[in-house]
Design a protein around this ligand. Structure first.
Ligand code: HPA
Ligand code: ZN
Length: 326
């Protein structure tokens, strides 16, 4: 079977990963020590053993706990470099990295500490890792729209370090409409727009991400399968979906990878991509998502080329750079 080798060697872009979700237990323990932050787990293995989730919220609780070790600009730089090294090993040529400022400002850090640390790693990416990297600031949807406005305000002095705005955290009960005004403002400011929608919540959340927030990509979007009109809309508009198969498996969106719908989505003409979401928690980086998904679903080389092509076409790489990947 030559598929795993093809998938690994294939140049690709990653469009959906949360940098805080790339914090491996080894680095978490090292940062806990460096910053004198207590951890309730006695060992890295004990922490890893706790990575068993029944849904998104159970994951978010432990993910949030892990972010407590992040204190300095250097911590954010080191965490990002560790991810970029993994991405380079997976033949990722370009990555768009989610981060949530509010998690860290909620722990008393400044937005500058967070954004400057992340950005310095992205700026070093071409020379250090032979790839490009940009940043997408995600609002936490379990918090209020007023708090999202505050977060946007704090990021504005660092406007040039951020390519886009996203929406993450607890989905059900926090529909896109809640953030209509702050997305309209972000649009005026020239940010590219994405939002998590249809990971656990119904197709209505995808419709409103498109029609109310006016996003350019849907993160996850797998629940669209339950709405034929929405499937047609996504295909007709070539609306990218940033699908995260191992995340969906670990958070029990699908009972097994063999039941994942990404093959059906591609065959329906939807512009799906493969991504790792929170690779330290969900059992693998980008190539692991590709190889396990292809093995479970029996996807073809045509599917592989389509996914690679989609990843660049759906990216926010500027036109001059895009030539290089055509
Ligand atoms: N879904 C929603 N919010 C998140 C996720 C996710 O998979 N990872 C980090 N924040
Ligand atoms: Zn995500």
């Amino acid at each position: 079977d030559r598929m795993p080798a093809l998938l690994r060697a294939m140049p690709k872009a990653e469009l959906h990963m949360h940098i805080e979700g790339s914090l491996e237990p080894e680095l978490m323990f090292a940062l806990a020590k460096r910053n004198s932050v207590p951890l309730r787990f006695p060992s890295e293995q004990a922490l890893r053993d706790a990575y068993v989730f029944n849904n998104l919220q159970e994951f978010l609780d432990i993910y949030h706990e892990g972010t407590m070790v992040l204190k300095t600009e250097q911590d954010f730089y080191d965490m990002t470099c560790a991810y970029l090294a993994k991405a380079q090993a997976d033949n990722v040529l370009h990555t768009e990295i989610f981060f949530d400022t509010q998690t860290h400002t909620g722990h008393g850090l400044s937005a500058e500490t967070v954004i400057n640390g992340l950005y310095r790693a992205c700026a070093d990416a071409p020379a250090k890792f032979g790839m490009t990297a940009s940043l997408i600031l995600c609002f936490l949807r379990h918090l209020s729209e007023e708090e999202a406005f505050e977060c946007l305000e704090q990021a504005l002095p660092l406007r040039d370090k951020i390519v886009g705005i996203g929406l993450a955290s607890s989905e059900v009960g926090h529909p896109p409409e809640k953030f209509a005004k702050v997305y309209a403002r972000a649009r005026e400011l020239g940010f590219r727009l994405v939002a998590h929608a249809g990971e656990e919540a119904p197709p209505a959340y995808i419709w409103s991400a498109l029609d109310v927030l006016k996003v350019e990509r849907i993160d996850h979007g797998v629940q669209a399968i339950h709405d034929a009109a929405l499937m047609q809309r996504l295909a007709a508009d070539k609306m990218p979906l940033t699908v995260c198969p191992l995340s969906n498996l670990k958070l029990r969106v699908f009972p097994t990878l063999a039941q994942h719908n990404i093959g059906t989505m591609l065959d329906a003409g939807i512009m799906a991509t493969v991504n790792s979401d929170d690779p330290a928690y969900f059992g693998g980086y980008l190539n692991e998502n590709f190889t396990q998904t292809f093995a479970a679903l029996g996807l073809s080389a045509q599917h592989a080329y389509a996914l690679a092509r989609n990843s660049f076409d759906a990216s926010f790489i500027d036109a001059s750079l895009r030539q290089k990947y055509a």
